[in-house]
Design a protein around this ligand. Structure first.
Ligand SMILES: [Zn+2]
Length: 198
């Protein structure tokens, strides 16, 4: 084999390998809404609405934010709990099923707001604070294991941080349980999206 041919072959193989890389990395990150916390995640001020009953879920809530702070991969997240929601960025509420007319099957949901309290679409603009709402009735159901309840709380905090659903990957915390999520903690694909956003 001539040196020229060898170089050509090497160039071809390199091109073939590089062609594979974008396709792989495009699927290696949890989807994001497109926007994020306007002040970043280095000092997320969190508040638990005890009067709503969210104190019942305090163990899940604090373990959920701890899992985002220390998932096993580094990231800039720091969450600090305070006793007032004045200026807080991450509020946890418990909602009674009856408030919505009963029969709710959704476990929890997250909503996004500006600094003045205007609701925001996280696909359109950055947010100052997010609210995680936990459905008291569904959470109390014996069909949900403690580990899944924790996984669901971690999933909702993931939304608050800017992550969208990754239902094609059951090995992401952002896969919905109804799509067969098999993990209940932050995974590397989820942490990679935090690093991409912040
Ligand atoms: Zn979700």
């Amino acid at each position: 084999m001539t040196q020229k041919l060898r170089r050509l072959l090497f160039a071809f193989l390199t091109a073939a390998v590089l062609a594979l890389v974008p396709a792989t990395s495009a699927h290696a990150m949890t989807p994001v809404f497109g926007h994020r916390y306007q002040n970043g995640v280095g000092n997320v001020v969190a508040w638990i609405n005890y009067s709503s009953g969210a104190g019942n879920w305090q163990w899940y809530i604090t373990n959920a934010t701890n899992n985002w702070m220390y998932p096993g991969w580094s990231n800039p997240i720091y969450v600090n709990y305070v006793s007032s929601n004045v200026g807080s960025n991450l509020d946890f509420h418990s909602n009674n099923d009856a408030y919505f007319g009963g029969g709710m099957t959704i476990i929890a949901w997250t909503t996004f707001f500006s600094s003045t309290g205007a609701p925001l679409d996280p696909t359109l603009s950055d947010w100052y604070y997010a609210e995680v709402h936990i459905n008291n009735d569904v959470y109390s159901s014996p069909s949900i294991s403690n580990d899944m309840a924790l996984g669901t709380t971690i999933h909702e905090v993931g939304h608050a941080l800017g992550l969208a659903h990754y239902n094609s990957n059951p090995y992401s915390i952002m896969c919905q349980t109804s799509y067969g999520r098999v993990v209940q903690r932050v995974q590397q694909v989820d942490n990679d999206s935090i690093l991409y956003l912040y």
